[in-house]
Design a protein. Structure first.
Length: 704
């Protein structure tokens, strides 16, 4: 793919489009989380502990959705913003629709746990029990644990005229306790926060577990000695946790964000209240009143609340109940060659570009090795690196520090506004600065989301630059769980583009023109729409045409309208979307030529791929950008064009496989997703990820 200049794109044609052409992004996200729940139900294709994990992922996803998306919607409602979304729903209508659909999903998830996953776990010797199901020995064991480890850290908080209602931290599991003073007969409310020092499900031994809140509930008399325990129940509050910083007014973004993170510990309004379905009505009324939350935002669910605790169960060492173990392989073009020493990546990249596909290709022996070799190589003069999210013990950070300490010029562009990673990224920024790295925090008003690494090396022929451009974060841990792609290259045109982009991000350069890159916010939307319009023109001239896009989410109205117009013109459009999709395929007169598929599995599909038929000479790109307003308007994103015919064929092969009727996937028609994971006889269809695990090494060996 080639860049476009910073000018308006002229549309090929603009036929009238219906007002109801967009699905609502929030309701589409809930449909995505329903697909996650489908995996928790999938007895034939998903191992049992992985089904428990998908229940935990479903719950964790829903937490973040309410903390960010629903919180933002409530802010608009509170501010009196009465602007309809692109789907036509007003904020209050949308809020009601979200709550209604969430209630259905939560009830479904609770049923899957209670009637499917939990009994199946028990059949395999993994039991999640209530207190009354424990043996006498187990109860004594839990009493000892309570007295030695739990009781000392508990802080019961009573509510009376001298003790106001306590602040309830977001996502904490709490016990609401109704007490009676036996002397005065006065009733009193108290709250006990369930601590996180132990696993949510406490191991009893022999594969048996009990919820931590059950252990605490059975010993409340020790916390409230002299009082009568009338009722107790668990509850959980979700709060607005979206950090906001007005960086235009912040003299120092780092300090401003630290201050905001400190402030966010308290004072965030609630957006959801989860309670046990049999909670005492008096206690519930008190919670609703004190939390200042509406009744429609209350979710009654069976105990135990908060199924994210199932992550610890899913991590049990029961090989037969997990996905088969998988060890990523070194890409053959980077593999060791008859030597015990690690491969020389710079030697390998002088004559070829390498297209990586993680996790099937090892991240450790490719991207991580690229940065580590650069740090240790005396011929390397400089390293420039973007960091959006990374792991707590990141070898990438260690390599950058090593390089700086060795006297190399190291630039680290740390995005400290990466949602929910702000505190960790601030810590990394300070550590890198202390080691002598040049640390910058991107550009005012924009998040730096592109995935770039560049190395400048002194060679006999002069300075040579090497670069990595990826679709995923420089995080060795998630690289084993996320499906992503990346290009390692020393191509002079690409590395010159990357160098100019780094100068734009770290200095005063006002660069907007690139030869092999599309860069947001100036070029990605414009470049993609121009490519779509080219396909329309090619189709009308009888040339090969087609659009294939793989993203996490597609919401942007301008790109969506361009795809609708392509469909109306007769251009086949294939959209491979993991999450949110505002496109409504299969609508007569609008989108009959659009197909939408979603694939979920053991790896999180995360790569962003762009393919255009281009009259028979396909143009293909990979990059960091989803098709959302935030990516196209408020982030620095990069898409790089691929030129190698084998790389282009590899991308085409992935699309062919994803859209094959024999591949397990979810199909979208209008606003309705249909799961198609079994054939007519009830047997599982092809799992694309398992297929790639099995065939990638063989195919690469043939390619070499």
């Amino acid at each position: 793919m080639t860049s476009v200049e910073d000018k308006d794109t002229i549309a090929v044609d603009e036929p009238e489009l219906p007002a109801d052409r967009f699905s609502d992004r929030e309701l589409s996200w809930l449909a995505f989380n329903n697909r996650v729940l489908d995996l928790a139900k999938d007895v034939k294709r998903v191992p049992l502990l992985e089904r428990a994990r998908f229940l935990a992922i479903f719950s964790s996803n829903l937490d973040e959705f309410f903390m960010v998306r629903v919180a933002g919607l409530k802010r608009r409602m509170a501010a009196g913003v009465a602007v309809a979304s692109s789907s036509g729903l007003m904020p209050r209508e949308l809020h009601d629709a979200i709550l209604s659909r969430t209630r259905e999903l939560v009830a479904d998830a609770a049923g899957v746990f209670a009637h499917d996953v939990r009994p199946a776990l028990a059949r395999h010797g993994i039991e999640i029990l209530r207190w009354d199901e424990l043996s006498e020995d187990e109860r004594r064991q839990m009493t000892d644990l309570f007295e030695s480890r739990i009781f000392p850290v508990l802080t019961p908080l009573a509510v009376d005229p001298s003790h106001p209602f306590p602040y309830i931290s977001g996502l904490s599991v709490n016990l609401a306790v109704l007490l009676r003073n036996p002397v005065t007969g006065v009733r009193q409310f108290a709250r006990v926060k369930v601590p996180t020092i132990l696993s949510r499900f406490v191991p009893l031994g022999g594969g048996r577990f009990v919820p931590l809140e059950d252990v605490i509930a059975q010993h409340l008399h020790q916390l409230f000695s002299g009082m009568q325990i009338i009722e107790h129940s668990t509850f959980r509050v979700t709060r607005n946790e979206d950090v906001e910083v007005e960086e235009d007014d912040a003299e120092n973004l780092l300090f401003a964000l630290e201050k905001e993170l400190l402030r966010s510990k308290v004072g965030r309004p609630p957006v959801r209240l989860e309670v046990e379905d049999d909670i005492d009505e008096v206690m519930l009324e008190l919670l609703i009143s004190e939390l200042d939350i509406s009744e429609k935002e209350v979710f009654r669910v069976p105990s135990p609340l908060d199924l994210t605790g199932l992550f610890s169960i899913a991590d049990l060492d029961r090989e037969a109940l997990l996905y088969p173990s998988f060890l990523p392989k070194t890409h053959p073009e980077l593999a060791e060659v008859e030597t015990a020493q690690p491969a020389d990546l710079f030697a390998a990249l002088k004559n070829r570009e390498v297209l990586l596909h993680h996790p099937y290709d090892s991240f450790a022996t490719s991207v991580q090795r690229f940065i580590e070799q650069a740090a240790a190589d005396p011929a390397v003069l400089a390293i420039k690196q973007t960091l959006y999210r990374t792991s707590g013990d990141s070898p990438i950070i260690d390599a950058l520090i090593e390089a700086a300490q060795a006297g190399k010029q190291v630039l680290a562009l740390v995005e400290i506004k990466a949602r929910f990673d702000e505190q960790a990224n601030i810590a990394w920024a300070r550590k890198l600065e202390k080691a002598g790295c040049h640390v910058v925090y991107g550009m005012v008003g924009l998040k730096t989301h592109c995935k770039l690494s560049m190395v400048v090396r002194e060679e006999p022929t002069g300075l040579r630059r090497y670069a990595h451009i990826g679709t995923g974060n420089y995080n060795p841990k998630t690289a084993r769980l996320y499906e992503d792609m990346g290009l390692l290259t020393s191509n002079a045109v690409i590395t010159d583009d990357v160098a100019r982009l780094f100068n734009h991000l770290s200095g005063m350069a006002q660069e907007t023109h690139y030869r092999r890159l599309l860069v947001a916010p100036h070029g990605v939307r414009r470049g993609l729409i121009e490519s779509i319009n080219t396909e329309i023109a090619n189709h009308r001239e009888g040339l090969p045409s087609g659009v294939r896009i793989k993203v996490n989410s597609i919401v942007d109205e301008a790109v969506t309208d361009a795809l609708y117009r392509a469909s109306q013109a007769g251009v086949p459009v294939d959209l491979w979307v993991r999450g949110i999709c505002s496109v409504r395929p299969g609508v007569r007169g609008l989108s009959e030529n659009i197909r939408v598929r979603s694939i979920l599995g053991r790896f999180l599909e995360h790569s962003r791929l762009f393919w255009f038929a281009n009259g028979g000479d396909a143009r293909v790109g990979i990059g960091s950008s989803d098709l959302m307003h935030r990516n196209l308007d408020r982030r620095v994103e990069v898409i790089v064009g691929l030129n190698n015919p084998r790389h282009i064929a590899q991308i085409e092969g992935l699309f062919d496989l994803a859209f094959d009727a024999g591949t397990a996937s979810w199909w979208l028609e209008g606003d309705t997703w249909t799961q198609r994971t079994l054939d007519a006889t009830g047997e599982p269809l092809l799992d694309i990820q398992e297929h790639l695990i099995a065939t990638m090494g063989q195919r690469r060996a043939v390619e070499r």
